[in-house]
Design a protein around this ligand. Structure first.
Ligand SMILES: Nc1ncnc2c1ncn2[C@@H]1O[C@H](COP(=O)(O)OP(=O)(O)O)[C@@H](O)[C@H]1O
Ligand SMILES: [Mg+2]
Length: 147
């Protein structure tokens, strides 16, 4: 008899420290390995890897630190990216391609092209961002596993 699994299959929370460029990309790389192991479609893995990489870099560049929680359900994945930080004054402006407040120093490291938030939105099936000035920002992205 077939039974529809409603339970969570996997959940993991990891922290990102402010300015930790040495570790940048490790979380998205580990997601990629974990999702491949779980047999997730390679196109979905690629989209989630891009979105999570951008989120991870943003935590290091723009915030005082934060966390990323991935939850894999039988039919979708939810990625919640939460930080304490300055918050975003104008989300519409921040979402524009090429808009960046990254410092010269950060740009020298190869970040700050202003494509992170637009890429997160493009690569996810659902994208929600909320921000409070002086408090922090939360981004929730959803990825469908079934076509
Ligand atoms: N978590 C965040 N907290 C505060 N500001 C942010 C955050 N994420 C993005 N921003 C703001 O939005 C801008 C655009 O972000 P993004 O598209 O990722 O480009 P980039 O990171 O290259 O600057 C950033 O330069 C920054 O001003
Ligand atoms: Mg960015």
């Amino acid at each position: 008899m077939e039974r529809i699994e409603k339970e969570t299959t996997y959940q993991e929370t990891r922290k990102v420290e402010k300015g930790d460029f040495a570790a940048a990309g490790q979380i998205s790389a580990s997601y990629k390995n974990m999702l491949k192991r779980l047999g997730v479609d390679s196109k979905v893995v690629r989209r989630l890897a891009i979105a999570s990489y951008e989120a991870e870099i943003n935590l290091a560049i723009h915030t005082f630190g934060g966390s990323m929680t991935i939850t894999v359900y039988p039919d979708h994945i939810v990625l919640v990216v939460k930080d304490t930080g300055p918050g975003i004054a104008d989300i519409g402006l921040a979402m524009q391609e090429g808009y960046s407040t990254a410092s010269e120093q950060v740009r020298m490291l190869g970040f700050g092209a202003g494509m992170g938030l637009p890429n997160m939105k493009r690569c996810s099936d659902t994208f929600e961002i909320t921000s409070e000035l002086g408090i922090g920002t939360t981004i929730e992205m959803g990825f469908l596993l079934t076509p």
